[in-house]
Design a protein around this ligand. Structure first.
Ligand code: SF4
Length: 417
């Protein structure tokens, strides 16, 4: 093993990918690698790819070409969902590209010369080297076997696997010991978390918030039909579980939802959202929405926009539909003109700005608790961004009182202790 070897990482896509990059980073560090920023000439460059859109594939290929060109002596490793879905496309870019699908991720460190003992040691101690200092992702579940017709994930991560709660709790304790103040639970299908008959997501969250210390737990994305009453009740009663649900909607039109292979109607989605809001007033609700799904008419698009506006979401993640080779939606007719897709996306991005501002001003002149992050910005438990008069170190909590909403959508606040 050469202790002076260097490695740089780049991660595309979701929080699960980010977590898995950190796992690999921990293994390589233990194996003697020094981690350097991407762009620095490194012995090895590792790209953890995403394949959720055609844009994600193309961004990955661009980065691969750039690294091959700028670092002719570097090894370029590509893993993740794009590597799993289309390994040949990546190998065609150059024979220098080393491709590892998701199932082969555990072998990357060994292929790079890290002793097996180091890989096992990293697995035992969990992810310990993280890029951010305040917020950390904790993966508890992987894989999805649903049949959303636009989605590539069931073909690249088909097995639903949930982690042992004891291992999750141990890892959370390590994060807290290291000073992290916010743990974000992630999973491809987080709401499906089930370990044995007793451990569902609500029970796991309860065990996590009962760990001692001043910290908070946030959920990443949970499907609307997988938010249990017990989870809502826990969120209502325990302030350590952030009052924030990110609930993928994808469309607010029944016909489009059906063609997407989603298993709920717009009315069911709306009813559950209202029910949650009635139990936890001012809860932050964010949603994913896809525009330009094949056959989506103007009226169907408007149904989505109306539902999002009427239910008072606090932020939106807007995606333009793009064909994923091998998915059932690829064979659907009436693909939407790209210019119409772009116009609809712009429309919803504008709505997102309006909704964020509307939600944030509701907290003006109120006492809020903020966790300081990088760049002088802090976040409340409802994920509202705040710039406080006193910039504390990253990872510190402080009480603030916002006095105005700035043009960049951040609340400007006085620090009050
Ligand atoms: S629920 Fe649907 S969109 Fe989400 S990962 Fe599974 S197949 Fe993809």
């Amino acid at each position: 093993m050469n202790p002076s070897r260097t490695v740089a990482f780049h991660t595309f896509g979701c929080k699960v990918n980010q977590y898995e990059t950190e796992e690999l980073r921990a293994q390589l560090r233990l194996g003697g690698f020094r981690v350097v920023p991407l762009g620095t000439t490194a012995d090895v460059n590792v790209i953890n790819s995403c394949s959720v859109t055609a844009g994600a594939d193309s961004s990955c290929r661009q980065l691969v070409r750039k690294l091959l060109r700028e670092q002719p002596a570097s090894r370029v490793v590509v893993t993740g969902c794009y590597a799993q879905r289309a390994p040949e496309e990546l190998r065609e870019v150059s024979g220098r590209v080393e491709v590892f699908g998701n199932r082969e991720k555990p072998f990357i460190a060994i292929a790079l010369g890290v002793p097996t003992a180091c890989v096992q040691e990293a697995a035992k101690s969990g992810v310990v080297a993280l890029a951010e200092r305040t917020r950390v992702y904790l993966k508890v579940q992987d894989g999805c076997d649903a049949h959303c017709t636009y989605c590539i994930i069931p073909s690249v991560r088909p097995e639903r696997v949930c982690r042992d709660p004891e291992a999750v709790l141990r890892e959370a304790e390590q994060f807290l010991t290291r000073g992290f103040k916010e743990i974000v639970l992630t999973g491809v299908r987080l709401g499906c978390y089930q370990y044995g008959p007793a451990w569902d997501l609500a029970r796991l969250c309860k065990a996590l918030v009962e760990l001692p210390g001043d910290f908070r737990v946030r959920l990443s994305s949970v499907e609307v039909t997988e938010i249990s009453d017990a989870l809502v009740a826990l969120m209502q009663e325990n302030p350590k579980l952030c009052p924030h649900f990110h609930i993928p909607m994808q469309s607010g039109d029944n016909d489009v939802l059906k063609r997407m292979g989603r298993w709920y109607t717009a009315d069911q989605y709306r009813a559950r959202v209202r029910d949650i809001k009635s139990q936890i007033p001012e809860i932050a609700l964010s949603a994913d929405v896809i525009v330009g799904f094949p056959g989506e008419s103007d009226k169907q698009f408007e149904n989505s926009a109306r539902l999002l506006e009427e239910e008072g979401f606090s932020r939106l993640h807007v995606f333009r539909y793009s064909v994923r080779p091998g998915t059932p939606a690829e064979r659907l007719r009436a693909h939407v003109d790209p210019r119409i897709k772009s116009a609809r996306a712009r429309n919803l991005v504008k709505l997102d700005g309006t909704l964020r501002a509307r939600y944030a001003v509701g907290f003006l002149n109120r006492r809020l608790r903020v966790l300081q992050e990088a760049g002088g910005i802090g976040y409340t438990e409802r994920y509202v961004r705040v710039r406080a008069s006193q910039a504390l170190p990253e990872g510190a909590f402080q009480q603030v009182r916002p006095t105005r909403l700035a043009a960049d959508g951040v609340l400007v606040a006085e620090s009050i202790g």
